[in-house]
Design a protein around this ligand. Structure first.
Ligand SMILES: Cc1cc2nc3c(=O)[nH]c(=O)nc-3n(C[C@H](O)[C@H](O)[C@H](O)COP(=O)(O)O)c2cc1C
Length: 234
């Protein structure tokens, strides 16, 4: 690979970060199709290509946001509703340990700090959580599903495909935010999507043009050094 190509690929990967404020500027459907076509070159175990993608815009987007925001607000007002909104798979552990909990806290407080949300400001936190279900104002929501009968491996496959989507979007001047938050509301999401019963929601991606003036988009997260997570065994 030529050094210019390396730079371009690295630049697309390095410049991706989770954007949490979008402009309402619509995206040409052909651009979304191109991104998905490129992303579908992702590998998958025995080339099963288990992913399905729902591209949600316009009225369907409005319905999705209205219904899930209503559910989230009801949940905030009465946490006992949580029993209706269980994830289909546990994304996070029940009991956290270091160093993961430390990084999680650093991430949360870093984001809240930028938004001037202090510890104990529950109303402000709830409003920020609700932003997830407004797709952070992105004009497009991508909802990724796999068939329920596929094993855990299909979640690896679709995750590789989703990363491709985010990088291919970045290369086209678009930004993204991967969102597991919607998974709690999978019965509503799948209903709005008219998805068949055998499908499971794995992840949502907000897609759009980043709002360059919003402070939340200046949030750049750190990474551990290669040495800290790698062993070279000769
Ligand atoms: C599978 C997955 C689910 C995520 N879910 C959410 C989410 O629901 N809401 C959110 O604001 N960010 C979400 N994120 C974004 C992470 O917080 C973010 O990737 C992480 O802090 C690293 O920052 P970066 O993406 O800007 O590099 C998610 C990321 C991944 C990979």
């Amino acid at each position: 690979m030529q050094s210019e190509q390396i730079q371009l690929v690295d630049q697309a990967i390095m410049s991706r970060h989770s954007v949490r404020a979008f402009l309402s500027t619509p995206i040409e459907p052909q651009i979304i199709k191109d991104i998905l076509a490129v992303a579908s070159r992702a590998p998958s175990g025995t080339n099963t290509q288990p992913w399905k993608v729902y591209v949600v815009t316009g009225q369907t987007r409005d319905t999705m946001i209205r219904r899930v925001c209503e559910a989230q607000m009801a949940l905030t007002n009465d946490p006992s509703h949580a029993e209706h909104y269980q994830e289909t798979f546990a994304y996070y552990p029940e009991k956290w340990i270091s160093p993961f909990i430390d990084r999680r806290r650093e991430n949360g407080w870093g984001l809240y700090g930028l938004l001037n949300i202090q510890k104990g400001e529950k109303e402000k936190m709830a409003q920020q959580q609700l932003r997830n279900f407004q797709l952070f104002d992105a004009p497009v929501g991508l909802y990724f599903t796999v068939n329920k009968m596929m094993g855990i491996g299909s979640k690896m496959d679709i995750s590789m495909m989703i990363q491709n989507v985010m990088i291919a979007a970045k290369a086209r001047g678009l930004d993204t935010c991967p969102q597991a938050a919607w998974n709690h509301f999978h019965p509503i999401v799948l209903d709005v999507l008219h998805a068949p019963e055998d499908e499971e929601l794995v992840c949502t991606v907000a897609l759009g043009y980043a709002d360059p003036d919003h402070i939340v988009n200046t949030f750049i997260t750190p990474r551990e050094s290669v040495e800290s997570f790698t062993q070279f065994l000769d």
